[in-house]
Design a protein around this ligand. Structure first.
Ligand code: SAH
Length: 254
């Protein structure tokens, strides 16, 4: 088979944060496949077919892309941020794993992108300077029991925890429940970073102590980062937001 599927990370939003390699993969594709808002971010190119879907079923989109490639197309499947982080790359490989055996001879590549957590961290300082872990709070694809058990384990181990998919109209209570669990192990001053639409025109970033945080401060375009016990704020004068960082060093400096 001569077809190709490249799963391309578009980064958080601002096109300056799209890698040159990802831009090349987009430019050389005969077909773009993706969720509408992501496809809309890519300038139209003569001769390139665009297959936007409002379909949120990632596996269907993955099979569609693999079918196109099996017919000889060079397909770019687009994802926001990094395609391997709670996004299309896993869906494409799952489709290959369980689908038409002929798909295994296709060339499948992944072009990484800057994931939301890293873009958010860069805006406030260095909150991920120590050890951290990342979770999707969505219980669409896994049971809430699993989410809760992992969150507790991460908090017990004193990781900084970044939460993707924190809240949506279909999942209104999970983030509030998560903050209650956080309060069982972390102090009231623990910094919570709510980074919304990072590197997009409507970006909004807030740093709020755990004692004041509310689920309504986040929406589905927000990544929530919970500080570890070692995460610190550097207060600044006037109305400037503090810097947030997690030191790497655990001892006492000489
Ligand atoms: N593949 C994406 C994540 C997809 S899951 C990535 O690597 O960034 C969707 C979740 O990602 C959203 O609910 C939100 O938590 C987060 N997210 C994606 N883009 C974001 C952005 N620009 N700013 C803040 N959060 C974002």
């Amino acid at each position: 088979m001569t077809g190709l599927v490249t799963i391309v990370g578009l980064g958080p939003g601002d096109p300056r944060y799209l890698t040159p390699a990802a831009a090349e993969a987009l430019a050389s594709a005969t077909d773009l496949v993706g969720y509408g808002p992501y496809v809309d971010r890519i300038p139209e190119r003569a001769g390139q077919r665009r297959h936007s879907s409002d379909n949120r079923v990632e596996l269907d989109r993955a099979r569609f892309a693999l079918d196109l490639a099996a017919k000889g197309a060079r397909v770019a499947v687009v994802s926001g941020g990094d395609p391997g982080v709670f996004a299309m790359a896993a869906a494409v490989f799952e489709a290959v794993d369980n689908g038409d055996p002929a798909w295994r001879s296709l060339d499948i590549r992944v072009e990484p992108g800057i994931t939301a957590m890293l873009a958010a961290a860069a805006r406030v300082g260095a909150p991920l300077g120590g050890d951290f872990c990342v979770m999707s709070l969505s219980d669409n694809l896994k049971p809430w029991d699993v989410v809760e058990a992992r969150l507790r384990a991460a908090l017990t181990a004193d990781f900084v925890v970044a939460l993707y998919n924190p809240i949506s109209s279909a999942r209104p209570w999970q983030l509030g429940a998560a903050f209650k669990i956080v309060a069982e192990t972390r102090g009231p001053d623990t910094p919570i970073i709510l980074a919304r639409a990072v590197m997009r025109p409507d970006e909004r970033i807030r740093i709020v102590p755990l004692s004041e945080v509310e689920a309504s401060m986040a929406d589905m375009s927000t990544v929530v980062t919970i500080g570890a016990s070692t995460t610190k704020l550097i207060e600044r004068s006037d109305d400037k937001a503090p810097y947030v960082y997690t030191p790497r060093f655990y001892g006492v400096r000489p």
